[in-house]
Design a protein around this ligand. Sequence first.
Ligand SMILES: Nc1ncnc2c1ncn2[C@@H]1O[C@H](COP(=O)(O)OP(=O)(O)OP(=O)(O)O)[C@@H](O)[C@H]1O
Ligand SMILES: CC(C)(CO)[C@@H](O)C(=O)[O-]
Ligand code: BAL
Length: 284
Amino acid sequence: MQPLVLRTVAETAAWAESIRRSGRRLALVPTMGFLHEGHLSLMREGLRRADVVASSIFVNPTQFGPTEDLSRYPRDMEGDLSKCGSAGVEAVFAPLPAEVYPPGYQTYVDVEQVSQGLCGARRPGHFRGVATVVTKLLCIFRPHLALFGEKDYQQLQVIRALERDLNLGVEIVGMPTVREPDGLAMSSRNAYLSKEDRQRALALSRGLSAAQSLCRNGTREAPALVGAVRRELEAAGLREDYVELVDASSLTPLSVVTPGQPARLLVAAFVGTTRLIDNQPIGG
Ligand SMILES: Nc1ncnc2c1ncn2[C@@H]1O[C@H](COP(=O)(O)OP(=O)(O)OP(=O)(O)O)[C@@H](O)[C@H]1O
Ligand SMILES: CC(C)(CO)[C@@H](O)C(=O)[O-]
Ligand code: BAL
């Protein structure tokens, strides 16, 4: 069944309120649309954990830098609505930017430490935009839980921090990265890739797997693990944005993987002009 399409904040808040008042648990899956199996896995898990799942489809302008791909971000509202329907999503909030940021809008959410490195350092203002829109979505829907993918690992930590710091009372659920059969992390931006670049993009997941194997065989120092990822990027001719070994929750850099301290290896790289990210837990 096609989901109910909500265009305004007022009707969305009223719809969500009616779900909560009926005693049903509400799950929210925020997205920017052009949906793939990664998004659908969040929706299906939402339905396992709650009675009703809602989603949002909104290409949020405040999280894009001035030279980034806001205007050409892939869109397919028709296709997305039918995928949402098949995944059991009951309602989709699909507002225009002016509904979310009306004239006079002036309030932003800045999550400090965990936004600083990695994508936060390479995309100034990005996490301020993400934190702001996610806070707004959580305030509009007031869901019992909200689901996000580990593919955007730093984003997930930013959202966990804002939920905790602002006492929003929403359970934040992180879900594993869904991959193509050859290992490429699913991402709406994969649609930008030519056939050759699609092959070259495999260097990200291949590099992370190489580092994981090294770690399993006893190599625990950051330079060696990071180096394993870099070698794959270089061999495929990709331009590194960053490769870093970090503590899995604070995201502070680590020089070594230590048993008992969960660590994560994160990579961002340009495949031609397309910037892709990926990450994996390491050691532990
Ligand atoms: N491969 C994936 N597996 C699991 N979750 C995912 C995956 N890709 C995206 N998500 C999650 O879906 C939610 C919406 O993400 P978004 O709409 O930005 O999709 P995306 O594919 O990450 O897009 P982009 O290519 O712009 O990064 C986020 O919580 C994101 O982490
Ligand atoms: C969480 C999010 C929907 C906020 O715009 C976006 O950053 C995304 O799709 O990952
Ligand atoms: N999935 C993260 C959204 C972004 O790159 O803007």
